[in-house]
Design a protein around this ligand. Structure first.
Ligand SMILES: NC(=O)c1ccc[n+]([C@@H]2O[C@H](COP(=O)([O-])OP(=O)(O)OC[C@H]3O[C@@H](n4cnc5c(N)ncnc54)[C@H](O)[C@@H]3O)[C@@H](O)[C@H]2O)c1
Length: 223
């Protein structure tokens, strides 16, 4: 079947499972959708499993400065483990940090990986990037969400790019294998992403921890 990727026997399935969605999506959001270049300044907004994977992708692509944003202190404490160089509690604070080190220009790209996409998030991210900078919207809004207000003159006159990203524009046929090879060689951090595991009958606790921001990722083990 086209949609099945065999996992090599030496790889632990309770880590490889992360590559099925969060890691591919976040990593690809940086590497493919934002097309991060060596030396770039990148903002990642929202540090769940997708966001820390975007941080890792930006680091692999050679970003010089990765500003990781989350209102939850635990997420900011964990961010450097995945390659973040600086952290901020809000996108506005991150934008200011980016401007301070880019002669006022702003980040090369901003990747939006918040838990629930709100109408204001794309515009906030667009305000944080430089002229001709890219905003990648990976987070998903509720189906009945209204449109997003965007500063239209700035979009046109600053030639900014607003790019959606589905599964990080990856191709499961080869990217899953590629990412697992990076894990195997110690270059992709999956162990550090799993804050804790749950048995199936602890799933409610898993959701409570998710909502409270206690986990980068929780993994449910089927015994
Ligand atoms: N595009 C795709 O293909 C794809 C695939 C899977 C998931 N997703 C989406 O990606 C998003 C992230 O998923 P996840 O599992 O990592 O979520 P998560 O809930 O584990 O993490 C989201 C993080 O965003 C933070 N956050 C919330 N509001 C914020 C704000 N205003 N600024 C900065 N940080 C903020 C939260 O504190 C949390 O740490 C979700 O919207 C999910 O639906 C997209």
């Amino acid at each position: 079947m086209e949609s099945v990727v065999k996992i090599d026997d030496d790889l632990p399935l309770d880590r490889a499972c992360l590559v099925g969605c969060a890691v591919s999506t976040g990593w690809g959001s940086a590497v493919n959708s934002a097309a991060v270049q060596p030396g770039d300044t990148v903002i990642v907004m929202g540090l769940g499993g997708i966001g820390v994977s975007a941080v890792q992708g930006a680091a692999h692509a050679g970003a010089a400065d990765i500003i990781a944003v989350d209102p939850v202190p635990f997420k900011r404490e964990m961010a450097p483990v995945f390659g973040a160089t600086r952290t901020a509690a809000s996108i506005e604070e991150a934008a200011e940090l980016a401007r301070e080190t880019t002669n006022g220009q702003g980040a090369d790209s901003a990747i939006v990986t918040v838990g629930v996409l709100r109408p204001e998030h794309p515009g906030q991210a667009l305000a944080a990037v430089r002229k001709a900078g890219t905003v990648v919207v990976t987070a998903i809004a509720p189906h009945d969400a209204p449109g997003a207000p965007v500063l239209l003159p700035d979009l046109t006159l600053s030639q900014k790019r607003l790019q959606g990203s589905l599964f990080g524009a990856t191709n499961g046929n080869w990217d899953v294998r590629r990412l697992l090879n990076l894990y195997r060689t110690g270059q992709l951090k999956l162990d550090e992403m799993v804050t804790r595991t749950y048995k199936l009958d602890e799933i409610t606790l898993g959701y409570e921890d998710l909502n409270a921001g206690r986990n980068i990722r929780g993994v449910v083990l089927h015994d």
